[in-house]
Design a protein around this ligand. Structure first.
Ligand SMILES: Nc1ncnc2c1ncn2[C@@H]1O[C@H](COP(=O)(O)OP(=O)(O)OP(=O)(O)O)[C@@H](O)[C@H]1O
Length: 229
């Protein structure tokens, strides 16, 4: 599904910062992968490249065999809409929209008809256990529930790749574990490929593989220590 070949990403400014200094690995369809590493090691940069939000300075990011850097901005935007969904530490819900409208947003942006969209929204809300909260505003929900709404919004497009940036970062450990269990069940049921940046050992333990970054390079890549499945 994803292949990174000797990916370098530098940011030009007063001085050049090399965020990624030659990263190579592949992620197969259906994997659930954690990316860990100290602050500044390049995790968010990597996630942005995988999601087609940015392009590498050199090297290649191949998604299903095609090089995202060779696509036009329009091509990358279509790729993002159809292939990738995101969840974030801070949920990023629209505060003035009801839960149901938040979940429907990516479908409305893609121009999907109201009936089909409604069906998908209700299905996604049921999948995250919030079928009774569709008319609430995000402010009326707990942190864990807000993250569930964000997960439902990620599910509606049926994108094969889910990128998660610290999905449990704002939650206490019990709520965090519920979100991780939900992500695992989605992974098992839908076969969604999940890549999760995290500082949280529990979150990494929910994954099948751990990629450890240090100073913009892969330091370790393999099974999550202490986890047997
Ligand atoms: N837009 C930018 N311009 C300049 N430098 C940047 C930019 N984005 C990131 N960097 C630098 O690139 C390096 C990697 O940053 P990145 O955000 O990918 O790290 P991270 O591992 O996600 O960190 P954290 O865990 O703190 O979020 C850092 O040195 C950072 O300062």
């Amino acid at each position: 599904m994803l292949q990174l070949r000797d990916v370098v990403k530098s940011y030009e400014g007063k001085s050049t910062v090399t965020a990624l200094g030659g990263v190579s690995f592949s992620i197969a369809a259906g994997e659930m992968v954690a990316i860990m590493g100290p602050s500044g090691s390049g995790k968010s940069t990597l996630l942005n490249l995988m999601g087609g939000l940015d392009v590498p300075t050199s090297g290649q990011v191949l998604v299903a065999g095609s090089d995202l850097a060779l696509e036009s901005e329009k091509g990358r935007s279509l790729f993002r809409r159809t292939h990738v969904s995101y969840i974030f530490q801070a949920y990023h819900l629209m505060p003035t929209l009801r839960v149901r409208q938040n979940v429907a947003l990516p479908l409305r942006l893609a121009g999907m008809g109201a009936k089909e969209a409604e069906l998908r929204v209700e299905r996604a809300l049921a999948e995250v256990g919030l079928e009774k909260r569709g008319d609430h505003l995000p402010d009326e929900l707990s942190g864990g529930e807000r993250q569930r709404v964000a997960i439902a919004r990620a599910l509606v497009t049926e994108a094969p790749l889910l990128l998660a940036d610290e999905p449990t970062g704002n939650l206490d450990s019990a709520r965090g574990r519920e979100i991780l269990a939900l992500l695992r069940s989605i992974h098992a049921r839908r076969g969604t490929t999940i890549v999760m940046v995290t500082h949280d050992r529990d979150a990494a333990s929910a994954c099948d593989r751990l990629i450890l970054l240090r100073d913009g390079r892969v330091e370790e890549d393999g099974a999550v220590p202490g986890v047997t499945r």
